[in-house]
Design a binder for this molecule. Structure first.
Ligand code: GMT
Length: 382
């Protein structure tokens, strides 16, 4: 198939899922055309069957806000038409789904009915999508998509509840490549971070409010009262400054390392003993899945789709949002007994295997075929 994938080119979340999906499809022989405003972070080297199209346009003094959505729609028309694309798959509803709708309508005037699949990822529904300015456009463009997928059952339900859409939403969970994310012996690295054998707690995110970095640090502080430990914080974003300040105030800066954005997350996870995800909202929690693939138990909130990945009492523990005392107690419970810890590690890996890319990729391929067939049949009857 010739598939055009629209995504954010960013370091985490939907951008990573879209890029890894496209790369995996390309390996299976599909021709993939990525479309984004910048080369996606995970597309840093040449890949067979992969082409990248940058959405760029010259600015005009009148534009206080560059009309990205219009430029994207124009680019989609061009790529679909001249690359003979079979299906257009857009990741994150805003503004990709509405740009796809506009492109689809334009292409109809060229006698092309391009099937459009929209994948809902999280904050496009649970946070920013609910903004009264965006909500009508999100609702409309979901309804106008030929196929809609959500990365968890929880996200699907929230979409129905809040947006009142009536089209079918297919749940296709996020995935992990177990050949990239796996436990490895990184003793030299572990020694550098925890020279006296301290336990290593880890968190990775884009440091936005929804991730509750403050809770990450409070949990760590409480764990430290019982167990010698270090905290590794990976990623960057608006809450980092406040988090650094909080560590200074608590007098724990020497035990907390802010590593900033890192590419080799798998290698860093290889030294972790516990992964922390106390998020306010989390449609899936890909970072938790990456940790579990590296045999790291997860201490998390029970927000959104996290319970669909992290199994309470088995692969880690779930607590109500903000219950930092319980989260700290659960971390100590796992860390204080090596045998128990090993059981949690093993269960985390077993659970991660369910989401191996080899299991999830065919679900997307089948869904593409189904959507193409549906559009063709509609064309034939109209
Ligand atoms: O909100 C983010 O953290 C980024 C966002 C995105 O779409 O880029 O992440 C969402 O999508 C990820 C990939 O599907 C999910 O693993 C995250 O759980 C989800 N984030 C939230 O729901 C907060």
């Amino acid at each position: 198939m010739k598939i055009a994938i629209v995504c954010y080119p960013t370091y985490g979340g939907s951008g990573v899922v879209a890029t890894e999906l496209g790369k995996a499809l390309a390996k299976k022989g599909h021709q993939i055309h990525f479309i984004a405003y910048k080369q996606p972070a995970r597309l840093s080297y040449f890949e067979e069957n992969v082409v990248f199209h940058e959405v760029s346009f010259s600015n005009y003094p009148l534009f206080a806000f560059p009309p990205y959505e219009t430029a994207l729609a124009g680019k989609l028309v061009d790529v679909v038409k001249y690359e003979n694309i079979d299906i257009l798959h857009v990741h994150y509803a805003i503004p990709h789904a509405s740009a796809a709708f506009l492109a689809k309508e334009i292409l109809k005037t060229h006698n092309i009915d391009i099937p459009v699949v929209t994948t809902l990822h999280g904050t496009d529904i649970t946070l920013v999508g609910k903004d009264v300015t965006f909500a009508p456009v999100v609702t409309f463009s979901i309804q106008k998509s030929d196929g809609v997928t959500a990365v968890s059952q929880s996200l699907k339900e929230e979409t129905y509840e809040h947006f009142g859409v009536c089209n079918h939403i297919e749940v296709i969970p996020n995935f992990i490549d177990l050949s990239t994310f796996q436990r490895a012996n990184k003793d030299h690295f572990k020694k550098a971070i925890a020279p006296n054998g301290e336990k290593i707690l880890m968190h990775t995110s884009n440091f936005r409010k929804v991730k509750r970095i403050e809770d990450v640090i409070r949990i760590f502080h409480k764990v430290q009262e019982k167990i010698d430990a270090k905290l590794l914080l990976i990623g960057d974003g608006p809450e980092r400054k406040a988090a650094e300040h909080q560590c200074r105030e608590l007098g724990i800066s020497h035990d907390v390392r802010f590593l900033g954005k890192q590419d080799a997350i798998g290698e860093l996870l290889a030294v972790a003993d516990i992964f922390l995800m106390p998020s306010e909202a989390e449609s899936f929690g890909l970072a938790a899945l990456e940790a579990m693939a590296c045999e790291v138990p997860v201490i998390s909130s029970n927000a959104g789709g996290i319970p669909e990945i992290n199994i309470h009492g088995k692969t880690g523990f779930l607590s109500d949002i903000g219950n930092v005392q319980e989260m700290a107690d659960n971390a100590v419970y796992i860390l204080s007994n090596p045998e128990r810890c090993q059981q949690f590690r093993q269960a985390a890996l077993e659970q991660a295997k369910r989401f191996n890319i080899d299991n999830i990729l065919p679900l997307y391929e089948d869904y593409y075929r189904l959507t193409i067939k549906k559009v063709q049949e509609t064309c034939a009857t109209s």
